[in-house]
Design a protein around this ligand. Structure first.
Ligand code: SF4
Ligand code: SF4
Ligand code: SF4
Ligand code: FES
Length: 986
């Protein structure tokens, strides 16, 4: 345990934690010295030499000096001050001060603020150009002449993002930041996550959205005129006091025209939050904060730069009504009138169960709540679902069966703190990029062990300590074999099982078939490898199991998810920090869409519609009688349309015509609907089948909450006004409900949340005032606001408080027959989200990754004569897709990988079947086999050479400041000052 120690700071006694640095102590006691290369999220880097203080008479860098009992610190003695001035002076030799016309002059430039704090009026080391051109790509730019070589960007790239692109070349005459082996930004391994521009303390590494836009003067002239303007500025502003004063006035003028509004990312389930800087509707930059609970300073390319879609000219801004084969624009009243008329007619004709509703996992919790309320209380049907059916339901089922709650056991922080991470069926670095960085960092810096089981050699597989490639769809077998081996060795956590778990005997018996021999035969993972996995689990005190759609999207997806939870119970990896099961939720609010009741059999908080007490609670509040019958899930809805029992649908924000499996079958169903309402931001493929299309607002144009993969509620604030005539989804749903006779009068989403929380014990304490700014809550949330970062503490949510081992059997993947000889793995890529309706609107992203591609192994390429750019047709029993190939060893043998990022003729779901998980109806998207026809051998590669996948990362730990210190022209400022003193004394 750490003890406190007593130190003296500028003559005052203070108590500090044992491992605290001098800089931490000064900051805590409001004593300021410059610290240009220190970022609390990155720790000491020791490059800038501006933070020098005296500790026990020695001049040291305060950022890296840990304090001991009795230490005496002086920050403002003559020697310390002189050393600080010298450190800052050297910085100014590398960075030209032209603050008044600098786009970074927004009150938070560390150099500007240090010059002001130090009351610097001139510099001894003249600024000297480093002689390099400005480097840029479409996302950010690097100006070597403004770079102070602090290395924050390098540290962030190497050890936070862990893409390992940036280094500083300390050995060249004029050191600078370089990309890979000193190549251009675009030709490097850079994934454009934006960490470097986020942490840069000045304008050297800056988002291009800021350039010429943030400052009043900077935008007035083209770049070629900047030099004369800089010179004029420097001549007019002769002393730094004057420069600082004028530029401060300019900075404060910006406050009136630049808004900074907190939001939560609209893309994946990691739930990154950040401030969006806007000037009118223009997005200047996204700025993550260290106090953002899920991501801190981190983002991926989509969250940092993927917002162009919001201002796209393709946005729907008026309702559309079908007219013949096309659509015509209409006013809201007319569209609402038609919906009212058709819904009423349908209810009268065939009853409420002939209508169905689909919520969007892109929309807010409040909107999911209202959609299910509309369906249940206004229409009178439980036919309501959301797209978690397509990915997450099996994981939730596996957890409900075993541990009672369908959510991550802990937080992303726990994943970072675990001794062992097992990742299965998840391309985490691309599908959950920021979460993956926590694993990559923990492995790189703290020795976390990582095991990856996957068909494909993706980034996490490359980095893993152990990588195994199971046969497609065989995960339950290897997981159960590892579990059996652990039990056979007597390695199970006996104490934990005795106290907290039921069903041991039956479960152990159910493992009998899963011998190592059997598993080796079925999965292609050798006995040795299986024993290695079991041994790693046995040796680790804490382990987290991460999985995603590679597990869930199978005929036995729920059972495989159950097997994972069984394994973690057997090894006692629940009920402690740094352990547990983590089904990685896909969309930004796929967790919340189900949490808030858009499910056919469950109210918000997963309470059953068939439970009389629960239903009565809702009936009282909503003052209606509710259906006791569970409704159709979205998979069953398609069947019901085909069999004629479902005739009208209202889909909000889901591209169901392309993302549901067997797209041809789904689209044929939509043709049969009598009345079809689509509500979306863009005119989607699904909208082509609609009778009415309603223009909705994306997340930046509304208030609300999202719940991320950690069960974490976070607020999003409205950044922009709804574009044109579009409206936030909650307002549209309310308008439709009221047309149909409801009397809802919510004026703000907080009122919807208040109602939902009052009805749902699991969210009882969720209130907007508790979620102000970057505050968050992880469910369950008690009425007093106490939340639950660690999901299981003393017991599991079953009547006896014990978890349940749940025997499962392997379901073989479907066999398409020998004719279909290639397996098509499918999933996400980093740059595009799902079918790409938002990310393709970003010119910068599309330039790097313009279209979908098919990954073909070198072996198959040779066998079939395929090369980069070859156009092929894939044919399954369910349909055809046409796509261009790239040859890569990320896949092997007869395995293909087709990302899901298109809604065109290369869309994966023209190949998938309607076969589904037997327990949840989640489509078996991963069970696809095809035959391949070559259409054109020669063609343009679908992946330009400026894609990061062609880069050459340069891994190293941190910025390697020792190489700077080893330079012959470097002397520590403290030593310079001491030498000067001894010269003047001697
Ligand atoms: S990957 Fe690219 S954008 Fe991200 S920190 Fe590294 S250099 Fe910067
Ligand atoms: S570009 Fe990197 S090294 Fe240069 S000032 Fe910015 S963060 Fe520091
Ligand atoms: S897409 Fe996911 S990882 Fe990327 S910024 Fe958004 S929430 Fe974060
Ligand atoms: S802050 Fe200590 S050396 Fe830069």
């Amino acid at each position: 345990m750490q003890k406190d120690v007593e130190v003296t700071l500028n003559g005052k006694q203070v108590t500090v934690g044992e491992a605290q640095t001098a800089l931490d102590t000064m900051t805590a006691n409001n004593v300021e010295v410059p610290s240009l290369c220190y970022h609390p999220s990155l720790g000491p880097i020791e490059t800038c030499d501006t933070c020098i203080v005296s500790v026990n008479g020695e001049l040291v860098r305060s950022c890296s000096t840990k304090l001991a009992d009795g230490d005496v610190i002086h920050t403002n003695g003559e020697e310390a001050h002189e050393a600080q001035v010298l450190g800052l002076d050297r910085v100014l030799g590398k960075h030209e001060l032209y603050c008044t016309i600098c786009d970074f002059n927004n009150g938070d430039c560390e150099i500007h603020n240090a010059v002001k704090e130090m009351k610097t009026s001139h510099q001894e080391t003249p600024f000297e150009s480093k002689g390099y051109e400005v480097n840029r790509n479409s996302f950010y730019r690097y100006d070597p002449d403004q770079c102070i070589l602090c290395g924050l960007c390098v540290e962030a790239c190497q050890d936070v993002q862990v893409t390992e692109t940036l280094t500083i070349d300390w050995e060249r005459e004029r050191p600078r930041v370089i990309w890979d082996n000193d190549t251009s930004i675009d030709e490097s391994s850079c994934v454009n996550c934006g960490h470097c521009s986020t942490v840069c303390p000045c304008n050297a590494m800056m988002e291009v959205g800021m350039e010429g836009e943030a400052g009043f003067l900077a935008g007035m002239l083209p770049e070629s005129s900047m030099r004369p303007l800089i010179n004029i500025t420097k001549e007019v502003e002769t002393g730094y006091e004057q420069l600082m004063a004028i530029s401060d006035v300019e900075a404060s003028m910006r406050e009136d025209r630049i808004e900074k509004t907190k939001t939560v990312c609209t893309y994946c389930g990691v739930g990154c939050s950040f401030d969006v800087w806007t000037k009118d509707r223009q997005i200047l930059k996204v700025e993550p904060h260290q106090d953002a609970p899920a991501n801190g300073i981190s983002t991926c390319v989509k969250g940092k730069f993927g917002w162009d879609f919001v201002n796209s000219e393709e946005r729907l801004t008026k309702p559309l009504i079908r007219e013949g084969d096309g659509f015509r624009e209409a006013e809201w009243e007319e569209a609402y009138g038609l919906i009212e008329q058709k819904f009423k007619e349908q209810i009268k004709k065939k009853g409420p169960d002939s209508l169905a509703f689909v919520s969007s996992s892109k929309c807010t919790n409040e909107e999911s709540y209202l959609m299910q309320k509309l369906s249940r209380s206004v229409i009178g049907t439980n036919n309501i679902d959301n797209c978690s059916r397509y990915c997450q339901s099996p994981a939730t089922m596996g957890l409900w069966r075993t541990v009672g709650y369908g959510g991550d056991s802990g937080s992303i922080e726990d994943i970072g703190n675990a001794e062992l991470i097992i990742i299965t069926g998840s391309n985490t670095a691309e599908a959950h990029p920021v979460l993956a960085t926590r694993v990559k960092r923990a492995q790189k810096l703290h020795g976390q062990k990582v095991i990856v089981a996957d068909l494909r050699r993706h980034e996490m597989a490359d980095r893993a300590d152990q990588f195994v490639q199971p046969a497609a769809g065989s995960d339950l077998v290897w997981i159960s074999a590892v579990t059996k081996y652990i039990v056979d060795q007597g390695w199970q956590d006996k104490e934990f099982l005795k106290t907290h778990v039921n069903g041991m005997e039956d479960y152990i018996k159910s493992l009998d078939p899963y011998t190592l021999d059997y598993a080796e035969k079925v999965t292609n993972i050798s006995k040795k490898e299986l024993i290695e996995i079991a041994t790693s689990l046995h040796e680790a005190d804490t382990a987290c199991f991460l999985w995603a759609m590679g597990i869930t999207q199978h005929g036995g997806g729920s059972d495989a998810s159950t097997a994972i939870s069984n394994l973690m119970l057997i090894t006692g990896n629940y009920m402690k920090p740094g352990a547990g099961t983590y089904p990685l939720r896909g969309h930004n609010n796929v967790q919340g869409a189900s949490d808030f009741g858009s499910m056919p059999d469950r109210f918000p908080g997963y309470e059953l519609v068939s439970d009389d007490d629960v239903r009565t609670r809702y009936e009282k509040k909503w003052e209606v009688e509710l259906s006791t019958e569970p409704g159709l899930n979205n998979h069953q809805m398609v069947e019901a349309i085909h069999d004629g029992s479902l005739n009208a649908m209202y889909i909000k924000g889901e591209e169901m015509a392309v993302v549901d499996s067997d797209a041809n079958y789904v689209q044929a169903a939509f043709e049969k609907l009598d009345f079809f309402v689509i509500q979306d931001v863009f005119f989607s493929k699904t909208a082509e089948f609609a009778d009415v299309v309603l223009p909705a607002s994306p997340s930046l144009e509304k208030d609300g909450t999202f719940t991320n993969t950690e069960r974490r509620f976070q607020r999003l604030y409205q950044v922009l006004e709804p574009l044109g005539g579009s409206k936030p989804d909650w307002q549209i749903i309310q308008d439709i409900a009221n047309r149909l006779g409801a009397e809802w009068n919510y004026t703000h989403p907080s009122e919807i949340m208040d109602e939902a929380a009052s009805l749902t014990p699991m969210f009882a304490g969720v209130r907007y005032d508790r979620l102000e700014g970057y505050n968050s809550l992880q469910w369950p949330v008690a009425a007093d606001g106490t939340d639950t970062p660690l999901l299981f503490k003393d017991e599991f949510p079953f009547p006896d408080g014990k978890a349940r081992l749940y025997p499962v059997e392997w379901t073989k993947p479907i066999d398409f027959g020998d004719e279909y000889d290639l397996h098509v793995n499918n999933g996400r890529i980093l740059e595009h989200f799902h079918e790409g309706n938002m990310t393709y609107k970003s010119e910068a992203i599309s330039k790097k990754t313009p279209r979908v591609f098919l990954e073909v192994s070198p072996e198959l390429a040779e066998e079939r004569g395929v090369e980069d750019g070859t156009v092929v047709r894939l044919i399954s029993p369910y349909g055809r897709a046409k796509v261009s190939c790239i040859v890569t060893d990320r896949v092997k043998g007869h395995e293909l990988y087709l990302p899901m990022n298109t809604s065109g003729e290369g869309a994966i779901n023209y190949l998938t079947s309607f076969h589904a998980d037997k327990d949840t109806s989640t489509p078996a998207y991963k069970e696809v086999q095809v035959k391949m026809e070559i259409l054109e051998v020669k063609g343009e590669s679908p992946l330009p050479k400026i894609n990061h996948r062609y880069g050459n990362p340069q891994p190293q730990i941190g910025v390697q400041v020792e190489r700077k210190w080893a330079r012959s022209d470097y002397t520590f400022p403290g030593d310079v000052v001491k030498a000067r003193r001894s010269r003047s004394n001697g």
